[in-house]
Ligand binder design. Structure first.
Ligand code: UDP
Ligand code: MG
Length: 317
């Protein structure tokens, strides 16, 4: 018999957490392993933390890690991995979009020797809405174009990983990690299960468009330096084009033609200005990443922890 940890990031999930735990424990009950469930309250403004603390009194294996503010789902998951002591760790959303029933299959695959069990949203049955659909597809396309490793599209943070991977994540000095990418980068024996991604039970998504963009940029800049190459290629391309343009301008000048250049001038200036700012932005993103690493602040701060303290990467108050 092994121990399996379930980690659940929760941001304003007071209306879902009770229902989730009921279906979760129903699924876990017949499975012959020991379980621990850790809910990471990611700075909810509703009473998620209070509800979990109360439920923890009746469930002996339910724990609460309460963040001091909203640090984001990735950091909440990282805190889960830092603390969990299971031989395998499963993460699942708190809003019941990921069916807990799949956990039995995930564990079975793990027992059969798979070290990573990913869950992929089945095509054609998306219920997340049109906007989410398009942005998500665009994100994975860009990411795979940029990233060196191949990141499985449509596999949200609903997966099982073996202890070996958890140990690597725990001791990785990298901050602000994009776990999906990191886990595919790590390799190991992997299998992908398909599932129907449901509608969130109650409440609304914790991912505003800004948060989504931030996650996308974390993913892309965290995995490759290719955007920087793009800056060089664009710069080089435009320099070469201008080399052809210069003789043309000179010929026109010496042949005495008056140059009515306002439109072309404005187009060039705005285009070049935009491009330069864009490329500066890319540089800035990487510089920002270095800056954050140099400051070496923890990825998250814990206000209260009903679980045993982790050794690293946290600042418990
Ligand atoms: N979440 C979190 N911190 C955040 C945003 C979301 O811990 O800042 C949690 C949320 O409670 C849920 C999971 O991450 O358990 C997925 O988030 P959500 O359902 O809001 O995103 P969506 O499914 O719309 O992509
Ligand atoms: Mg959701």
């Amino acid at each position: 018999m092994a121990t399996i940890s379930i980690i659940i990031p929760a941001f304003n999930e007071a209306s879902n957490i009770g229902a989730l735990l009921i279906s979760l424990f129903k699924v876990l009950q017949p499975i012959r392993h020991e379980f621990e469930v850790i809910i990471i309250n990611d700075g909810s403004t509703d009473n998620t933390a209070a509800i979990v603390a109360e439920l923890a009194l009746s469930y002996g294996n339910l724990y609460l890690i309460d963040f001091s503010r909203n640090f984001g789902q990735q950091k909440a998951l990282r805190a889960g991995y830092d603390h969990a002591k299971g031989d395998a760790v499963i993460c699942i959303d708190a809003d019941l979009q990921n069916p807990p029933e799949l956990i039995a299959d995930m564990i079975e695959k793990w027992e059969n020797g798979y070290e990573v069990v990913l869950c992929k949203r089945r095509k054609g049955k998306q219920q997340a809405g049109y906007f989410k659909e398009i942005t998500s597809r665009l994100f994975y396309k860009t990411l795979n174009l940029m990233a060196e490793g191949n990141i499985d599209a449509d596999t949200p943070d609903f997966r099982l990983i073996d202890r070996k991977l958890v140990e690597i994540i725990k001791y990785l000095p990298e901050k602000d990690v994009f776990l999906r990418g990191l886990i595919s980068w790590m390799g190991f024996n992997k299998i992908v299960l398909e599932y129907d991604h449901g509608k969130r039970l109650n409440g609304k998504t914790g991912y505003s468009p800004i948060k989504m963009l931030r996650l996308a940029l974390t993913g892309i800049t965290g995995f490759s330096a290719k955007p920087l190459h793009f800056a060089i290629y664009m710069g080089l391309g435009i320099s070469i084009l201008s080399l052809f343009y210069i003789p043309y301008i000179l010929v026109r000048y010496f042949s005495g033609e008056t140059i009515s250049g306002w439109s072309s001038l404005i187009i060039t200036i705005t285009f070049m200005g935009g491009l330069q700012l864009f490329i500066l932005g890319i540089l800035g993103l990487y510089l920002g990443k270095l800056f954050m690493h140099a400051k070496n602040r923890p990825d998250y701060i814990i206000r209260e922890n009903t679980y045993k303290p982790a050794l690293i990467n946290q600042l418990s108050i």
